[in-house]
Design a protein around this ligand. Structure first.
Ligand SMILES: Nc1ncnc2c1ncn2[C@@H]1O[C@H](COP(=O)(O)OP(=O)(O)O)[C@@H](O)[C@H]1O
Ligand SMILES: [Mg+2]
Length: 358
C-alpha cells in the first residue's frame, strides 16, 4: 500500500545521511539523465541555510553542492596576517598552484595547522581533513566497501513450504583521499608522519602519476584519475620527524617542504590580541615571558603560541572573578606544567618562570 503523507513533517536535528527512500531516489536520478530535470525523482535534503530543518526538494547536483557548503568549508577564525605570515602564505600558495603537495614542518604550536586551513580556504574548493595517527590504515584514506542494506524475506505462503532469501547490498564508501582525488577537493593531512608509512604508500602514485589506486577494487574501477583541482597540504611535527614512523623518502621527495618556526614577537603579540582581546601591553608581557622560557627549555618541551593564548584567556577570565587571587607567574607555571616529568623538573620550571616573568 503506498504511503500517503498526510501533513508536512518537520524534523529537528541534522540530516547527514540519506534515508533509504532518499537514497533510492538519488540512485534513480543518477541512473537516468532525464531524472535530473524530473521533479518526481529529485531528492530531499535539509537546506544548510534553513536552521529549523524543514526539507526541500532539490536535485542530486544541488544536494552535492549543499553538502560541500555545509560540511566541507573550513573555519579559519581569528587568522591574522603580518609580513612573516604573508611570506609563508605566499610560498605555500605558489607551490600549490604549481601543482605540488606542500609539507609544512615545524614544532608544535607554531601555526602550521592554522596556515594550512587558511590557505586551503583561500583556494575556494571544499576541504577534506585527515589526522594522522598510528591506527590509520589505507582504507581510512581511500574508503572501502560497507554493507548498506540487508533484507530478509521469509516466505511461508504455502503452509508446508518455507522459503527464506537474504539479500545483502554492499556499496563503496569514499574516505577523504578518494573524495579529494575524485572531486578536486583540497586535502589537509594533519600530522601525517604519525601514520605508519605503509598506510601512506597510496599517496605515492597520487602525487607522482596523478592516479589513485583503490587496491580492493578490480578492473577499470581500480584506478581514479586525480582531478586537476586536487591539492594537498600535509603537516608534521619537526620534533617527531625522526621518531618511530619516519616518513619514507620516496614520499618526502614528491612534496615541497616549508619549514615553519615559531613566529616572531610582533606576530605572536598580534595573534594573542586577536584571539583574546587582551590589551597590547599585557599581550607583550605574556609573549615575552613565553619566548624567554622557550629559549631555555629542550625542544620537546618548548611552549608554542597556544600557551600564550591560554595565559591571556586565563587573565581575561580572572578579571571577572574578583574572589580569586592567582598571580601571573602561577598561571605561566600551570600552562607549561603539562610536560613535567618529576618534582625536580617542576622546581626547575618554577625557577625558569620566575626568571622569565620578572
Ligand atoms: N596567523 C595566525 N593568526 C591567528 N592565530 C594563529 C595564527 N597562527 C597560529 N595561530 C594560533 O596559534 C595557535 C597554534 O597554532 P596551530 O596552527 O594550532 O599550530 P600547530 O599546528 O603548528 O601546532 C592556535 O591557537 C592558532 O589559532
Ligand atoms: Mg597542528
Amino acid at each position: 500500500m503506498p504511503y500517503i503523507e498526510s501533513h508536512p513533517r518537520r524534523v529537528r536535528g541534522e540530516a547527514v545521511h540519506m534515508t533509504a527512500s532518499e537514497k533510492k531516489a538519488s540512485e534513480m536520478s543518477h541512473n537516468s539523465k532525464a531524472g535530473l530535470n524530473d521533479p518526481s525523482i529529485q531528492v530531499r535534503i535539509r537546506s544548510p541555510a534553513n536552521m529549523d530543518c524543514s526539507y526541500e526538494l532539490i536535485s542530486e547536483e544541488a544536494r552535492h553542492k549543499a553538502i560541500e557548503e555545509a560540511f566541507l568549508t573550513p573555519e579559519a577564525n581569528h587568522f591574522i596576517s603580518t609580513p612573516e605570515v604573508m611570506e609563508m602564505e605566499s610560498r605555500l600558495s605558489l607551490w600549490l598552484q604549481a601543482g605540488y603537495p606542500v609539507h609544512l614542518i615545524g614544532p608544535t604550536g607554531c601555526g602550521k595547522t592554522s596556515m594550512a586551513v587558511h590557505v586551503a580556504k583561500g583556494l575556494g574548493r571544499p576541504v577534506v581533513w585527515i589526522n594522522g595517527d598510528e591506527a590509520i590504515t589505507t582504507s581510512d584514506l581511500i574508503g572501502g566497501y560497507s554493507q548498506m542494506q540487508s533484507e530478509s524475506v521469509r516466505d511461508n505462503y504455502v503452509h508446508n513450504v518455507f522459503k527464506t532469501r537474504d539479500t545483502m547490498k554492499i556499496e563503496w564508501v569514499d574516505n577523504p583521499l578518494s573524495l579529494a582525488c575524485k572531486y578536486g577537493y583540497t586535502l589537509i593531512y594533519n600530522e601525517f608522519s604519525r601514520t605508519k608509512p605503509a598506510s601512506n604508500n597510496v599517496l605515492l602514485s597520487v602525487f607522482e602519476e596523478g592516479i589513485l589506486e583503490l587496491p580492493t577494487k578490480f578492473g577499470e574501477e581500480r584506478y581514479i584519475k586525480v582531478h586537476p583541482d586536487f591539492r594537498a597540504i600535509l603537516t608534521s611535527n619537526s620534533i617527531e620527524y625522526a621518531g618511530i614512523h619516519r616518513p619514507q623518502d620516496a614520499l618526502l621527495d614528491r612534496m615541497v617542504g616549508i619549514y615553519a618556526d615559531y613566529y616572531g614577537h610582533e606576530t605572536e603579540v598580534r595573534i594573542v590580541m586577536e584571539h583574546t582581546g587582551i590589551s597590547q601591553d599585557k599581550a607583550e608581557k605574556i609573549v615575552q615571558t613565553i619566548r624567554s622560557i622557550r629559549e631555555k627549555l629542550p625542544d620537546a618541551q618548548k611552549p608554542g603560541t597556544r600557551a600564550c593564548i591560554m595565559i591571556a584567556k586565563g587573565l581575561q577570565t580572572l578579571k571577572d572573578r574578583e574572589d580569586l587571587t592567582i598571580d601571573f607567574q602561577q598561571m605561566c607555571i600551570d600552562v607549561i606544567a603539562n610536560k613535567t616529568c618529576s618534582p625536580k623538573d617542576m622546581e626547575e620550571k618554577k625557577r625558569l618562570v620566575r626568571e622569565s616573568a620578572a
